[in-house]
Design a protein around this ligand. Structure first.
Ligand code: HEC
Ligand code: HEC
Length: 501
């Protein structure tokens, strides 16, 4: 499925060739990870071949979505003319260190391969080195590269890279590619990604659409995406919109409270009966499985892969959502079992192994963790919903009514199929602040307060996961939350326990 990489230096403009070849070898042996995934919840038997196929699909399969990202959005033209590697990095795109030949790494580090030239972006795409992006690149007689086709994969939003490679670029005024170039971490949400900013660059959008996409990064921050917007604004993703006014639809959607949500992890999901925040995904609505329900939805409705999606529970203007992007081939249905198996194989990452490179202190106070666990299971009543090994009651209690979420946003649920909440599994939670579907479990460094206006005392200035988890606990402790009456010391103990999960 994966194309063999075109040799990067052959496609580089000649002025870079000598420099690339002259560079010394840099061995990327410092890449983190390498250990085998160990699942923290009971494993269903996973077929290793299916998992391996699923990894290829997760990383490299566009499902034919070039018909959208190239033919309609013209992102290939935008990238080739304006997106150099530093610009790409500034909107959160990541580079797979293991896809880079040593000569290329050396050329980048010694400054001979320019990071301010879109041609370098095209060369990286031709190496399959841009996480979640696929490009078909050709080179003309003058040695200039062209991006003929461009598409995206699941890894764009649900993979990031390790932060353990120190990669200072010579003569660049201090640019370090740490955290931009690293080892793929599949299933880890890319919370640096600004999908809205990227999409806003498309010349095919109305001004109102561009403004909406561009607003996400400013209004919410990086790592947010609105997986419902297409249903309301994109006739290609909802036949019921044909012939209607896109800007009017967008305005109506925003008036109803349509907003982006945090990109969640795709790890730690094995064995859960329902997928996504609102539990829309289950085997009743997608025989291939709960995660597959959502993979089909996002693959067809958001990525515009070639396939079909329909769900009579999702209606707009009284019409059930039914999307057909097959264009003569169904590239979704057949891959769903392998794709789901791969996601189920992804364990939640441990703080001990990865915390240090993610600036989250792994030195937990064991006594505080123990006290926090007692609170979680007792006085704070967290375990009444966050129960079992995965810390969710989804398989025992099912879904919960709207009131079960203490997040500040109350509207996202209305765009779901169930209009209920699934209790979020909490393993590996240290890895992905901010919290809750809307990111409202978050500390604002500028105001020194949580988004709900509460304070976190001595935990301010620690690390982002600790600060944001303290804000989560505050939400539950608040009078308009669960009114738990926990002391500051008890809240700090709960935070220590949450970090340990
Ligand atoms: C443009 C960004 C983006 C892309 C591309 C994308 N997703 Fe997602 N994904 C999201 C967002 C946002 C959500 C949260 C939706 C919700 O829970 O309501 C989500 C939810 C999920 C979940 C649910 C996790 C859970 O807690 O149950 C899984 C699994 C997932 N995506 C896998 C995939 C796969 C596989 C693909 C490729 C077919 C994909 N995603 C493509 C943004 C994206
Ligand atoms: C009534 C059921 C219920 C109880 C009790 C409950 N939670 Fe939750 N929890 C949820 C639901 C539902 C969500 C998802 C809310 C959302 O995203 O809007 C959630 C989300 C979270 C998250 C965010 C996860 C993420 O990935 O963003 C954390 C952390 C959390 N809960 C911790 C706790 C703690 C700590 C307690 C006890 C003080 C607790 N919960 C009590 C239902 C519950």
């Amino acid at each position: 499925m994966r194309k063999p990489p075109i040799r990067f230096w052959l496609s580089l403009p000649s002025r870079h060739l000598a420099a690339a070849l002259a560079g010394s070898t840099l061995v990327l042996s410092a890449c983190g990870g390498g250990s085998q995934p160990v699942s923290q919840v009971p494993q269903v038997p996973l077929d290793p071949q299916l998992v391996a196929d699923g990894q290829e699909i997760f990383r490299y399969d566009t499902f034919g979505d070039e018909t959208f990202w190239t033919d309609l959005l013209k992102m290939n033209e935008v990238i080739a003319s304006a997106v150099d590697p530093l610009t790409a990095a500034s909107v959160g795109l990541k580079i797979d260190a293991e896809a880079l030949p040593d000569e290329v790494v050396a050329g980048v580090l010694d400054g001979s391969i320019p990071l301010d030239d879109p041609q370098t972006t095209l060369a990286l795409l031709s190496l399959d080195a841009v996480v979640g992006a696929r490009g078909e690149v050709s080179t003309d007689a003058d040695g200039i590269m062209h991006l003929d086709r461009f598409g995206i994969t699941c890894a764009l939003c649900h993979s990031t890279v390790s932060r353990d490679l120190d990669l200072p670029v010579a003569g660049s005024g201090g640019v370090n590619l740490r955290g931009i170039v690293g080892k793929r971490l599949d299933g880890w949400p890319n919370r640096d990604l600004q999908p809205g900013t990227i999409i806003s660059l498309s010349p095919a959008l109305t001004d109102d659409q561009s403004a909406e996409y561009a607003s996400w990064a400013a209004d919410f921050g990086a790592g947010f995406y609105d997986p419902r917007i297409n249903v309301w604004t994109d006739p290609g993703s909802n036949p019921a919109l044909a012939g209607t006014d896109v800007d009017a639809n967008l305005a109506a959607y925003k008036a109803k409270g349509g907003n982006p949500v945090v990109i969640p992890p795709a790890f730690g999901l094995v064995g859960l009966d329902k997928a996504i925040f609102t539990g829309d995904g289950d085997t009743a609505h997608e025989p291939a499985g709960p995660v597959s329900y959502w993979n089909r939805y996002v693959g067809v409705v958001q990525m515009h892969g070639h396939g079909t999606f329909s769900d009579e529970r999702l209606t707009i203007n009284g019409q059930p959502l039914s999307v057909d992007h097959r264009e003569g081939d169904d590239r979704i249905t057949g891959i769903l079992p392998a794709l789901e198996a791969y996601q189920w194989s992804l364990p939640a990452p441990s703080l001990e192994e990865h915390g240090a490179t993610w600036n989250v202190s792994a030195s937990l106070d064991a006594a505080a963790v123990a006290r926090g666990k007692t609170l979680f299971n007792g006085q704070a009543n967290c375990a009444s919903c966050h129960s079992g090994d995965a810390l969710t009651d989804v398989n025992t209690a099912g879904l919960h009514p709207a009131s079960a979420s203490v997040a500040l946003d109350r509207d996202y649920i209305n765009f779901s199929a169930t209009r209920q909440w699934r209790v979020t599994p909490l393993r590996g939670i240290w890895q992905h602040p901010p919290y809750f579907h809307d990111g409202s479990g978050a500390f604002d460094k500028d105001t020194g307060l949580c988004m709900d206006g509460s304070g976190i005392g001595a935990l301010a200035g620690t690390d982002r996961a600790t600060e944001d988890l303290a804000c989560v606990v505050n939400r539950y402790n608040a009078a308009d939350g669960h009114d738990l009456q926990l002391t500051g010391a008890q809240r700090a103990d709960l935070v220590q326990y949450l970090k340990s999960l």
